[in-house]
Ligand binder design. Sequence first.
Ligand code: GTP
Ligand code: MG
Length: 196
Amino acid sequence: MVKLNTNNVELMISAVSKKHYPKHNMPEVAMCGRSNVGKSSFINTILNRKNFARVSSKPGKTRTLNFFNVDNKVALVDVPGYGYAKLSKKEKEKLYDMIVEYFVNSEKLSFVLHLIDSRHKPSEDDIMMNEFLNYYEIPFVIVLTKVDKISKNDLSKNQNKIKNSLDLTYNIDIVPFSSVKKLNINKILDKINEII
Ligand SMILES: Nc1nc2c(ncn2[C@@H]2O[C@H](COP(=O)(O)OP(=O)(O)OP(=O)(O)O)[C@@H](O)[C@H]2O)c(=O)[nH]1
Ligand SMILES: [Mg+2]
């Protein structure tokens, strides 16, 4: 298996529409999830960088599709978060259109990492995203974030709730994750290594 050198990383482009998508021949892996769920932190953690993908305690930080070239072998795509209540209707629609446009048009997309907060049951937006991935038959891995903030017992209860409220037809795994504890980085890298 080819091993990814995560020290060789470069931001290719921050895109807001199809015409900006970078031209390349690598498979793409995209992160998606509610605003503030920890997508940018997740990218930094798996790439072992401090603030490569920009992280903020305020939701709604990532407003563009950020394409990262990792070792000329795979492109990681940080997608804006959905469901940030404080945005205006127009702003929400703009972000939603950007996300949908990418998932519908991306030719290189291999699979999606759908990040869900391990502490809560999936939101309506999470469920919509899950329906969307199934509808377009996009394979996905569920990543349960922030597990450092929850007991093992609660994690296992919530994991069941999450499984029961989502359609896991195209699901290829469920991975508990923590950017703080750096948990299961290798499990994710193995999944990415499988497609390169
Ligand atoms: N305790 C803990 N906090 C985390 C973890 N991952 C992210 N956070 C915190 O959650 C907040 C949001 O993280 P981001 O990575 O910016 O979230 P995002 O999903 O990229 O947010 P948007 O760009 O707004 O969509 C930050 O304050 C992070 O430090 C984790 O695994 N554990
Ligand atoms: Mg972000």
